[in-house]
Ligand binder design. Structure first.
Ligand code: NAD
Ligand code: UDP
Length: 322
């Protein structure tokens, strides 16, 4: 029997990491998940624990990373991703993007593995160009509250490219735009779980600012397909993966009210510092190089996600610790 390819996925117990574990198990890889559970939840991957081709290590990747045996691929997804998470744990966020990435690049080099890093549309900061093509250098405030995340990710891209250029390491960089779907944490503060949670609890929806800022939401299955294709392509430059269907946060709130069949009002709270005013991916490269584009419309994706949140235990829906 042919040996299974072995892949290390960091951030495996998180939202995106757990979906990646599922995808690579489905493709018959041997998946090694790693996570320190700082924002993740083992329930996202507990269905994999009995499989012979899944292993899990509870480990902080900002500390030296050791994995026995050979490895063909590393996907580095460990990092707080929601603004309220990285504002709560700013130093860990900087460390996992910098020290963690350095450790994993070293591991990739020693194993001869190809490494893909999860970068973000936040490298564009509060963009002056819309939509954002990969060539745009961004508009980031390094010392603002979001700087801990944005600059960690910019450093992550720089060190990954340096390992590619100077050591000839096979690397891939995906710039992920706002993604949603089952296994997001209801209380992670991101706009979609926040709004759905509020609707389920019968509370007003908390719109920050006047709601004229825009985002472009991608359903998780589309994102995972894009990442899978990028990993197996020969493209080493950064690549945007996201859904270009842009919407204002006010309109998004109205969609959630309609979806949940509630009659909640929206209230306006102060806009957080440096909150980007617009965000929409230019996916010309993903279309031409990977033959990828999103397939799942927002209305379809939102329905699936709403069903997931509704199916959670009532005490989880009622509990909010932020
Ligand atoms: P998440 O918080 O659900 O998952 C992150 C996981 O990483 C968690 O399970 C957490 O416990 C783990 N982790 C954090 N620090 C760690 C460390 N030092 N060592 C080991 N594990 C650690 O977030 P997510 O939405 O799944 O995001 C995953 C990745 O994708 C992140 O790198 C994030 O920056 C990137 N990303 C996500 C989005 C999005 O819309 N979800 C957008 C852009 C980029
Ligand atoms: N937002 C909001 N109400 C909330 C949470 C977020 O209006 O309860 C806004 C936030 O200010 C931002 C947008 O929704 O303009 C998306 O925020 P999120 O935290 O989901 O992601 P990011 O800002 O990282 O894109």
């Amino acid at each position: 029997m042919a040996q299974r390819k072995r892949i290390l996925i960091t951030g495996a117990a998180g939202f995106l990491g757990s979906h990646l574990c599922d995808r690579f198990i489905k493709e018959d890889y041997h998946v090694i998940g790693m996570d320190n559970l700082i924002t993740g939840d083992l329930r996202n991957i507990e269905h994999l624990f009995n499989l012979e081709n899944f292993e899990f290590y509870n480990h902080d990747v900002s500390k030296f990373v050791h994995v026995p045996g050979n490895l063909q691929y590393i996907l580095h997804f460990a990092s707080p991703a929601s603004p309220i998470d990285y504002l709560k744990i700013p130093i860990q966020t900087l460390k996992v993007g910098s020290l963690g990435t350095h450790n994993l690049l070293g591991l990739a080099r020693s194993k001869g593995a190809r490494m893909l890093i999860a970068s973000t549309s936040e490298v564009y900061g509060d963009p002056n160009v819309n939509p954002q093509p990969e060539e745009y250098w961004g508009n980031v405030n390094p010392v603002g509250p979001r700087g801990v995340y944005d600059e960690a990710k910019r450093f992550q891209e720089a060190i990954t490219m340096a390992y590619h250029t100077f050591h000839g390491l096979e690397t891939r960089i995906v710039r992920i735009f706002n993604t949603y779907g089952p296994r997001m944490r209801l209380n992670d503060g991101r706009v979609l779980p926040a709004f759905i949670g509020q609707a389920l609890r019968g509370e007003p929806l908390t719109m920050f600012g006047d709601g004229s800022q825009t985002r472009s939401f991608c359903y998780v299955d589309d994102l995972i397909e894009g990442i899978y294709r990028l990993l197996h392509s020969d493209y080493a430059q950064p690549m945007n993966i996201g859904n270009p269907d842009e919407i204002t946060i006010r309109e998004f709130g109205e969609e959630i009210i309609k979806l949940t069949g509630t009659n909640q009002e929206m209230i306006s709270l102060p806009l957080p510092t440096d909150d980007p005013k617009q965000r929409r991916p230019d996916i010309t490269k993903a279309r031409s190089i990977l033959g990828w584009e999103p397939k799942i419309s927002r209305s379809e994706g939102l329905k699936i996600t709403y069903e997931y949140f509704k199916s959670l235990p009532e005490k989880e829906i009622l509990h909010k610790d932020f």
